[in-house]
Write a protein that binds this ligand. Structure first.
Ligand SMILES: Nc1ncnc2c1ncn2[C@@H]1O[C@H](COP(=O)(O)OP(=O)(O)OP(=O)(O)O)[C@@H](O)[C@H]1O
Ligand SMILES: [Mg+2]
Length: 505
């Protein structure tokens, strides 16, 4: 029997989903064959996570949808029914329980792990699963809340591997990961497909699509296009399918001249760093930091933001010594810090876009403790427009926005303090290609206007394309610091990915 005659592993037809006035999905058709990797692509808000949630039984489609698995109608109207039907999902937001240990999280809700398993059995189970995602160095008794964003993401994948699923869905599994960890994830996906399982893979990183996908389905404004073989497409064609136009240049032109130092860091010492760090950011210069998990980039950003009380060294802004005793002092001195972790970043899902955007400066604009909502909304509006946030939804709670749009709110929020220094981790995490180009343009404009910008990113393509000066880190040490012109992109990838093998430890 050839492929065409076999029933689809999964076939969804006429799926719609309405949230009040918002049509998240309109009559979507989605098909998946046995043993294939299907990339699911589309702009922020296109409906990718919504269909993923329908397949995983977390969201119910409006009436009229039909869902079949292996040719037979399937009831996946709850998460447990979906799991019973052989479907497992790595969600875009984590579902691990922070206060529990890694070992406990790895058996949470898992049918294969009976409640009578003792501590040793739990540990062994955890060790095996952690090794499959490259986290063998972690102690299974660590509380999950102590992990970094990247570690949590890999743990989430380990959780899913514990299930013997025939359909495995990844919703942006690599958004917070660096190249070395991404390679792990892609290997996991290839193994799953080789075992005959079907994989649905949602991502904004198109390079990954060409590495692992057999076919792609593109969503646009809640509608699905016919799936296409990846072999018949190139990157520009995929982008055009997603955003309905050619993209042009992703990265803005670099500034003609780099000026005087704005931010000078000398002999910085902080927990997580094994050597002192020196860094200078000059006018018109964007400095990029990159490295693998645990490289120290996050420690530097947190220290410069004023989040590390045990600090050594000197930091000067326009020649003045800055006081980084705590985050409040940092903000007062004009240091904006947009962390990779949206939740830690103070993005509150339950409140409106306007209030999220205004939260860093709202107290300062109040007169005698009274906030002017008109001024608040005018100002929030300005920042929303700069970051391509849908201005019709300013009063919606941020939790109802798609993942990429939440990231735009996180970034837009910090513009409000009119920063002198902008520290950004993973600036385009989960952001679609079109909006990404827009964010890069904004960062370049701010830098040209004299804001000292440090970007830390696990995406080497972004670091290479955007930054004027690039520093790499490995296990708490700075390993390189040079102008971008002295790098090639393959050099940078090699430096970040293969550090382990070449240097050893
Ligand atoms: N609970 C909800 N209430 C209201 N609107 C919602 C809700 N969940 C999703 N939406 C809306 O449905 C649309 C589709 O969102 P979805 O999360 O599926 O997008 P996505 O393609 O996954 O985007 P991204 O790439 O940013 O993750 C968006 O407009 C989103 O704001
Ligand atoms: Mg999504």
């Amino acid at each position: 029997m050839n492929e065409a005659q076999q029933p689809f592993r999964l076939l969804i037809e006429n799926a719609s989903k309405t949230y009040g006035a918002i049509k998240a999905l309109s009559d979507v058709r989605f098909e998946l064959r046995a043993g294939e990797v299907m990339a699911l692509l589309g702009e922020n808000g296109a409906g990718k996570s919504t269909i993923v949630k329908i397949i995983s039984g977390l969201v119910r489609p409006d009436s009229g949808a039909s869902i079949a698995i292996d040719g037979a109608p399937a009831d996946i109207s709850s998460n447990s029914l979906s799991q019973a039907a052989g479907i497992a999902v790595v969600q875009q937001e984590y579902s691990t329980v922070g206060t529990m240990t890694i070992a406990e999280n790895l058996v949470l809700g898992q049918a294969h792990a009976p409640f009578w398993w003792g501590k040793r059995r739990l540990r062994e189970n955890a060790e095996t699963l952690l090794a499959r995602v490259g986290l063998e160095d972690l102690d299974p008794d660590t509380a999950v809340e102590e992990l970094s964003v990247a570690e949590m993401q890999l743990l989430e994948i380990a959780r899913v591997l514990a299930r013997d699923a025939k359909i495995v869905i990844f919703d942006e599994p690599t958004a917070a990961l660096s190249d070395a960890e991404i390679a792990r994830v892609l290997d996991v996906v290839k193994t799953l497909a080789a075992e005959g399982r079907s994989v649905i893979y949602v991502t904004h990183r198109l390079g990954e699509v060409f590495e692992i996908a057999d076919r792609v389905t593109v969503f646009r404004n809640g509608r699905s296009a016919e799936p296409e073989d990846i072999d018949s497409l190139d990157v520009d064609q995929v982008i055009a399918l997603m955003i309905g136009r050619q993209l042009g240049h992703m990265y803005p032109e670099r500034s003609a001249g780099i000026g005087d130092p704005v931010l000078e860091v000398e002999g910085l010492r902080a927990p997580g760093l094994r050597d002192d760090v020196d860094l200078t950011v000059r006018r018109g210069e964007i400095v990029g930091l990159t490295g693998q998990l645990g490289s120290g980039t996050q420690a530097i950003m947190e220290a410069l933001a004023g989040m590390q009380p045990r600090l050594g060294g000197e930091v000067r802004l326009q020649g003045r010594l800055v006081d980084l005793r705590n985050r409040t002092r940092g903000i007062e001195q004009g240091i904006a810090y947009c962390s990779a972790d949206r939740k830690r970043n103070g993005i509150f899902g339950g409140i409106s876009i306007t209030r999220n955007l205004s939260s860093p400066w709202l107290p300062a604009t109040a007169r005698l403790g009274v906030v002017s909502t008109r001024r608040e909304s005018e100002r929030a509006h300005t920042y929303a427009e700069q970051f391509a946030i849908d201005i019709r939804r300013m009063q919606s709670s941020v939790g109802t926005l798609s993942g990429g749009n939440q990231q735009k709110v996180a970034l837009g929020k910090w513009l409000g303090i009119e920063p002198e220094v902008l520290l950004v981790e993973e600036p385009t995490r989960g952001v679609d290609v079109g909006a990404r180009a827009e964010i890069y343009r904004q960062l370049r404009e701010l830098s040209d206007a004299g804001v000292a910008i440090i970007v830390s990113s696990s995406d080497t393509n972004e670091i290479f394309g955007l930054c004027d000066t690039i520093a790499t880190y490995y296990k708490g040490r700075q390993t390189n610091l040079r102008p971008w012109t002295e790098w090639t992109e393959p050099d940078l990838v090699r430096e970040v990915m293969h550090r382990k093998e070449t240097v050893g430890e």
